[in-house]
Design a protein around this ligand. Sequence first.
Ligand code: PLP
Length: 304
Amino acid sequence: MVGRRPGPFPPMPARLRIMPEQPFPPARVVAVLGRGVVDPETPILRADDLGALRGDGIFETVHVRDGKPWLLDEHLTRMAGSAARLELALPPRDALVDLVGQATEAWPAAGEAALRLVCTRGPEAGGGVTVFATVSGVGPAIVAARHRGLAVLTATAGFPADLRARAPWLLGGAKTLSYAMNMACLRWAAANGADDVLWTSTDGYALEAPTSTLIWRVGTTLHTVPAAATGILAGTTARHLLDNAAALGWTTAEDMISVADLAAVDGAWFTSSVRGVAAIRTLDHAPLRTSTEDTEAIRALLGF
Ligand code: PLP
């Protein structure tokens, strides 16, 4: 009754609005550092927030399994590295762990979800970072890609493989909010009938994808691209896979590979936190030899 009364009443606190009209599961959970879980419709960024104005900030995307964030330590370690590279005052790890806990506890425990943890530089005039977390569902296109695999097109990153290791201002290895170019690559792939893009260096090496890491198998060795030497993002999923590859009878290596050599490998995949693993089915329209058995074994090992 109270909620229906006309008049100058303040909106009900978000906490009380977990009501019958709340869809189940909720479309999204939003939690703000220092405020806790808020109504997901609540505006939480100021108009002068540098995250919005310049993409000046960092983030992590974490897989949530049965209500628990997967590989959270690894993500927080990478986030601290991103913050150091951007000279951003990321709050202490404990505060981030608490925030993640608040967000995931407000999400139904069963099944899978995606958690984003975001830290922007905050208002232009100063005042400190803006930090929030969101939890949302995993869409059917992502689930389908795990099973169907990907048609991938190569696209130049526009620089040689070793450039970012020599040019720290290019923010190699940092997971910044400036993903407009990454998203443009995915739209370009879709416009050309493909699912994803493999970035290549101007000297002919395969690097990574706009939101995933490249993995390939030659014989009994599982390979990935070295992150420090190339400035690609050090993928947490790829690291976990390589660290546990012995369970599949494989050794591991970090190597550069040319696009021409990639066409001849025994299997290639993209790995990332929410999609998990997706086989590269074709590369520039040419089929790769990626086997379903390998893909299933990797998927089982990663728990997707
Ligand atoms: N490379 C880029 C550019 C990414 O954005 C991502 C993930 O978002 C990855 C690789 C894969 O990293 P992770 O496995 O930690 O999700």
